[in-house]
Every structure is written in C-alpha cells, then in structure tokens.
Write a protein that binds this ligand. Sequence first.
Ligand SMILES: [Zn+2]
Length: 95
Amino acid sequence: MCPHCGTLAWGAVDLSGRGTVYSFAVLHHPQNPQFDYPVIAALVELDEGIRLVTNLVELLPDEVEIGLPVEVCFEPTADGMAVPVFRPRVLERRQ
Ligand SMILES: [Zn+2]
C-alpha cells in the first residue's frame, strides 16, 4: 500500500542501477558454502531513493566506506537465476 495516498495500485519502474553505500557489515561467520568469505553485506541507497540489502563484490573489506559510489551487476545462482549485487562505480574522469 502506498504510504502517501493509500492506493493498492502498483507499477514497474526502470532503475538506473547506481547508488551509494548507506551502511555495511563484513561477515565472517556463520559460513554458508555457497559464499566466499568474508562477505560484504551492505545497504545500498539507489539514486532513485530506495535502499536495498545486497552484497558488495570486486573490492576488499577495507576498501568499503559509507557513501562509496556503486553500480549493480548480476551474479548467477546455483539454480540458474541471478541476484543483484553491487561493485564500485568507476567515476568518469574530468578533463
Ligand atoms: Zn501514492
């Protein structure tokens, strides 16, 4: 239900896939054999304003910081699906 107007109507919106790290935690235990540890679990705030619980990839735990620009990429799962995870965004260079 929409918290603003109470409607039950819904729709789909294309998202940019870009955001920043809002919060994160580095997980060491308990270990699930489907993951490589340490796992960086993060709350990513998308540019559109919503927050998403996800994992960060392609960086080391000590490279993560609040506000780090990230972009979505998709990791395959064992059952042939894919899940959205985030990697550091390469910022465009200024001349
Ligand atoms: Zn509404």
